[in-house]
Structures are given as structure tokens and as C-alpha cells.
Design a protein around this ligand. Structure first.
Ligand SMILES: Cc1cc2nc3c(=O)[nH]c(=O)nc-3n(C[C@H](O)[C@H](O)[C@H](O)COP(=O)(O)OP(=O)(O)OC[C@H]3O[C@@H](n4cnc5c(N)ncnc54)[C@H](O)[C@@H]3O)c2cc1C
Length: 585
């Protein structure tokens, strides 16, 4: 009997081993594609001996630093674990889902099925902390523009600094911003002979916010703009477009410097590199949930990370809140202003949920201006994301409705333009421009990925005649031609008789012409924590909350009812620096 059993067991073992080693996929090199946030994301997967040998990214149009951090992390894990059983990465879900879909697309060609993918080993991306309690001098919550500016300054002042960031990559909305910041007295303004001053900047900012802004803070902000821009360029090596000074709506003169590529990536990259290079510790996927207090003083932050660990970060000197606004938190929007409900999409990252405001309220911080929520008028009607191509408006494009008529001053305030767009047929509008404006702004070329994505969604088109474009989008063609003819007359006379448009007027006479459908989307929350000129957070009685600082969109009081274009990035750098310098003391 024993003689029979032994060979049988060996046979079963051999069969079991063979089935274990059975090839999951057919060998070869496969290309997979999926649609990401910015367009097609393409990967190449090499299958060897029936399993994943190597997965690499071929091309992506995702936001640069998000792709650096998230895509690299996922592909490293796939190559190590030979599995694509990966959950979406919270905070970069569209990019991570697109990446996994592209990998599946490639592996399906190699015989992969949903069953095989699901049976694969679960890949855990989160790293565990060894120490659940950690001690620093300064704890900063949020690695956007304000948080990183504060971190660089605090570390430079000798403090040991940690930055907690709930997303899997740094940057926040500052990263996806257009990177425009207002600076009166810049060398770019001087080269173009533009007369400007801190006083005029203060005046425009207060007026733009219906004089509801705190003048003391606005002065600190305006005075800090030129030194902040010098710090960025001379100290950190940030590059601005030398030939460009942009005039956003509500400003008397062109005064916005524009970061290289018209994106916030340049700013964030340089801040992040400096922070890491000088020893700042950055904890990604680590969400702050509560401020720790001791006798009325803020002494640290409780946080939870992606691995599910409860962490304590003690701050011997101070905590800085730099968590951004609450534009993506519909419930919070409705709590403070019922107008901005689910009907509105947002230009903001999904992580823009007002966490810092909620945490600080629990330690009695005062809030201001929470009712003031801003929409950006010219966004993508499918995603709600801001359209940079539509910034051709700043170079002369006009806004028309479905009846082919202009209805607003295109260089007016964002809130007014947004309201007017919503009052038009189907609550949307169309931007129209031609070669004179395209040559001046170069928006289609600068943002060619966005243009291609909008073209594929039929949101933008070009044609040799305005009539063709109007017919394509169902706009009254005869009226549009009349409107443009009349407008060109205003340009020749140097005065827009209908809406008194500010800025440089340019004709729309040379084809090809462009037309783009746009809608308003929630963009900025002006309200937030009350701070003083040192970026210290105040309570309802106007007293300083010891140990607590705040900077950036989490604060209120600077922009009044309405933030002017280019003023947020100036705000985050100026007050981020102030918060960092003071917190380190
Ligand atoms: C598409 C777009 C374009 C824009 N373009 C411009 C422009 O050209 N010029 C201009 O002046 N303004 C612009 N703005 C506005 C401007 O970018 C923002 O107001 C500004 O960047 C906010 O900076 P911040 O540092 O305060 O917040 P953010 O840059 O948003 O950073 C906040 C960070 O905090 C993190 N965080 C939040 N809660 C927590 C928590 N609980 N724990 C840990 N981390 C947390 C977030 O994940 C985020 O990374 C734009 C905004 C958008 C959305």
C-alpha cells in the first residue's frame, strides 16, 4: 500500500506545482491605453515566463508632479509584486485609476481577465511609520504653495519642520494653478513701461473685494509681493515668462507674472526641491484630523496615514495651517452659502475640503467672510476644471450667448461674468477669437493637451469662417457676424461702446477662428480663519491663539467678497513666508 501512496503523493505534488506555475499571460510586449484626467495615458507591459516582467509609462498628460509621484509609486509596486490588484490612490484617483486601466488593457491582450487581475496578490502602496509619536519644532498642515513657502522659511530660520499632506503628492491647488501672481513694480512691468505701485495694487484689491477686505492685511500682502517674487526667482530659481505680464479682470494695469509654462508646477517644484534639500520632512498621505492643545496653546497635530496608523506630531514652537479652501466640499459650501450647491462643479482638487477651518474652529478660532464663494467664469462644461485655453479672454476674446450677442464686459470681475453666463440660454456661453488674439496670447499652443481634450469632447472648434463655427455650436450665425463686425469697429475706434471693455482691444478678423463653450465653476473660497499681520490665528475676541498660525486660502479677510485673478498665489507666498518666519521664532 505504502508503495502506491508515495508515488501518488509525488504525482499530485508535481501536478500542483505545474498548475501553480501555469502562465497567467502570454509572453510578449503589450501597449495599453486609458483616458486619464488630461487625456490618454499609455503604458507598455512586458510579459516573460507567463507573468509581468516590466511595466513602464510610455506617455501621459497628467499633471506633472502628480504623475511623477503617483505613477512612479504604482509602477514600482507593480514591477515588484507582479500584480495589478491595486486600489485607486485617494487624492489622485483619476490618474491612478487610468494607470491601472491602461495596465489591464495591455494585459487583456496577453490573455488577462478580470478574474486573474482580482485573484492576484493585493498590492499595498502605503508605507508604515515606525514612530507613532514624533517631535518637531514646527508642524505644517498642507503641502501647497502656502505650506511649502512656510516650510522653506521656517527651516531656514533654524526650525526642525514637518509638513503633513493628505494627498499622495505635494502641490495642492497651487500645483494646478496657472501660476500667475501679481507683483507691482516687477522688472517685466518696467520693461513694458507699465506704471504701477503698491498703493494702486492695494486700491484694486480692496475695490475688487467690495471694500470688505481687511486693509491692514491687504497692505502687508501688497508690500510683500515684490520681495516674494524676488525670493522666488533669486533664491529658489523660479522662472517666470519674461515676455508676459498678464492683466487679470479687476486690475487697473497688467501686473501678473506668469510662471514658466503658465502652470503652478514651476513654483511647487522649486519650493518642494528647496524644502527637501534643506531637510524639511514631508509626510504624504498623512491627513491631519485634530489640533492638540495644552492650556490654550496649540502644541501639535493628530493625524492618520494611508496605512491606517494614528499619529501624533508634537510642535515645540508652532503649528501652521495651510490646508487651502473648501471649494470642493459641497456640504460646507451649502452651510455657508446655499447658492453654491450641487449645481456647480469645481475647478479645485477634490482635497479642497476646508479641513483646517474645521480643525481650528474646534480650538475657538474666529472665521470671516465664509459666505463669499467665487466662481471662475470660463470652465470646462464636462469636468468643471478651469480652462486655460479660455484665458484667450485676457488677450481679447469676446463672450457671446446662443443668440450670438455679447452680454458682459469680458474683463470684468469673475463673479459678475459668472452670474451673467448663468443668466444666458442653457446657462453657458461661447468665447470667440481669431488669429490676432491667438498670436498675442498663444493659449492654444501653450495648452495644447487641454485643447485636444476639449476638441475630443466637442467643446472647442476652429474654422475659417465665423458662420461655420456658429452653426457647429448652434449659435445664431447671422447675429454673431454682426456682433463681431460691430466689435471690430469698437477696436478701431479704441473704445468698446457697449461694455467699456478694459485692457488691450484686438480685432477678430483673421481666420482661422475659434469658438469654445464655457460655464462657471466654483473656484475660490474667500472666507476662512481670521489672522493678524503676523499670520497668527485669532479667536472670536480678537486674541491670538498661542502656537497657531495660518496662511493661504484657509484664511479669510484679504480678498473681501471677491478674489482678483493672480492675487491668491501672491497671498500664499507672502503669508506662507510670514507664517514660516514667525512660527520658527
Ligand atoms: C485650476 C486653478 C487655477 C488657479 N490659478 C491661479 C492663478 O493663476 N493665480 C492665482 O493667484 N490663483 C490661482 N488659483 C487659486 C490658487 O491656486 C489657490 O488659491 C492657492 O493655490 C491656494 O494655495 P494654498 O497653499 O492655500 O492651498 P493649496 O495649494 O490648495 O494646498 C493645500 C494643501 O493642503 C492639503 N490638505 C488639506 N487638508 C489637509 C489635511 N487635513 N491634512 C493634510 N493635508 C491637507 C491639500 O491636500 C493641499 O495639498 C487657481 C486655482 C485653481 C483651482
Amino acid at each position: 500500500m505504502k508503495k502506491i501512496i508515495v508515488p501518488l503523493v509525488l504525482l499530485f505534488l508535481a501536478l500542483g506545482l505545474m498548475s501553480c506555475q501555469q502562465a497567467k499571460y502570454s509572453d510578449g510586449v503589450y501597449t495599453g491605453t486609458a483616458k486619464g484626467k488630461g487625456g490618454d495615458l499609455v503604458v507598455e507591459v512586458t510579459v516573460k515566463d507567463g507573468d509581468i516582467d516590466k511595466a513602464v509609462l510610455v506617455s501621459s498628460h497628467e499633471t506633472e508632479m502628480i504623475s511623477d509621484m503617483v505613477i512612479t509609486k504604482i509602477l514600482d509596486a507593480v514591477n515588484k509584486e507582479k500584480s495589478i490588484n491595486i486600489d485607486a490612490v485617494s487624492g489622485a484617483s483619476m490618474t491612478s485609476e487610468a494607470l491601472v486601466s491602461a495596465l489591464k488593457d495591455a494585459l487583456r491582450q496577453a490573455g488577462g481577465t478580470d478574474k486573474i487581475f482580482a485573484e492576484d496578490k493585493k498590492v499595498v502602496l502605503s508605507d508604515k511609520e515606525e514612530q507613532l509619536v514624533q517631535n518637531y519644532d514646527v508642524v505644517i498642515v498642507g503641502a501647497g504653495g502656502a505650506g511649502l513657502s512656510a516650510a522653506v522659511e521656517a527651516q531656514a530660520a533654524g526650525a526642525k519642520v514637518v509638513v503633513l499632506e493628505k494627498n499622495p503628492s505635494v502641490g495642492g491647488n497651487t500645483l494646478v494653478s496657472g501660476g500667475g501672481l501679481n507683483v507691482p513694480g516687477s522688472s517685466q512691468q518696467k520693461a513694458k513701461g507699465i506704471e504701477d505701485s503698491v498703493e494702486l495694487f492695494v486700491k484694486d484689491t480692496l475695490k475688487g473685494g467690495d471694500f470688505k477686505g481687511n486693509e491692514k492685511l491687504v497692505r502687508v500682502f501688497a508690500q510683500g509681493a515684490l520681495p516674494a517674487s524676488r525670493w522666488l526667482t533669486e533664491d529658489l530659481g523660479v522662472r517666470f515668462m519674461e515676455d508676459r505680464v498678464q492683466q487679470f479682470g479687476g486690475h487697473s494695469v497688467p501686473r501678473a507674472l506668469v510662471s514658466k509654462g503658465n502652470h503652478g508646477t514651476e513654483l511647487i517644484k522649486k519650493l518642494w526641491e528647496r524644502a527637501l534639500g534643506t531637510g524639511v520632512v514631508i509626510k504624504l498621505e498623512t491627513k491631519a484630523v485634530e489640533l492638540i492643545t495644552d492650556g490654550g496653546r496649540v502644541t501639535g497635530v493628530k493625524a492618520v496615514n494611508a496605512a491606517g496608523q494614528d499619529l501624533t506630531f508634537n510642535a515645540s514652537r508652532a503649528v501652521i495651517l495651510a490646508t487651502g479652501g473648501f471649494g470642493a466640499n459641497v456640504e460646507m459650501r451649502k452651510e455657508y452659502n446655499s447658492e453654491y450647491d450641487e449645481r456647480y462643479m469645481t475647478t479645485d482638487l477634490p482635497s479642497t475640503t476646508g479641513d483646517g477651518i474645521v480643525m481650528a474652529e474646534k480650538v475657538d478660532a474666529a472665521l470671516t467672510g465664509m459666505v463669499y464663494i467665487q466662481t471662475y467664469p470660463t470652465c470646462n462644461p464636462v469636468t468643471g476644471i478651469i480652462s486655460y485655453v479660455a484665458n484667450s479672454r485676457f488677450y481679447g476674446a469676446i463672450l457671446v450667448n446662443a443668440e450670438g450677442r455679447r452680454f458682459v464686459e469680458e474683463m470684468g470681475r469673475r463673479d459678475l461674468i459668472s452670474k451673467e453666463i448663468l443668466a444666458q440660454t442653457d446657462s453657458n456661453a461661447f468665447l470667440v477669437w481669431g488669429q490676432e488674439i491667438e498670436s498675442a496670447g498663444n493659449m492654444n499652443a501653450l495648452h495644447k493637451d487641454e485643447y485636444a481634450l476639449m476638441k475630443s469632447d466637442d467643446l472647442i472648434d476652429s474654422a475659417d469662417t465665423l458662420k461655420d463655427l456658429a452653426e457647429h455650436f448652434g449659435v445664431d450665425a447671422a447675429q454673431l457676424e454682426k456682433t463681431v463686425e460691430q466689435y471690430n469697429g469698437y477696436v478701431k475706434d479704441g473704445k468698446d461702446e457697449e461694455f467699456n471693455r478694459r485692457g488691450k482691444l484686438r480685432t477678430i478678423a483673421e481666420g482661422p477662428f475659434y469658438m469654445q463653450r464655457v460655464i462657471p465653476s466654483v473656484h475660490h473660497t474667500m472666507g476662512g480663519l481670521v489672522i493678524n499681520e503676523k499670520a497668527q490665528v485669532l479667536n472670536e475676541s480678537g486674541q491670538i491663539i498661542p502656537g497657531l498660525y495660518a496662511a493661504g486660502e484657509v484664511t479669510g479677510g484679504i480678498h473681501g467678497t471677491n478674489r482678483l485673478g493672480g492675487n491668491a498665489v501672491t497671498d500664499v507666498v507672502v503669508f506662507g513666508r510670514i507664517a514660516g518666519q514667525n512660527a520658527a521664532k
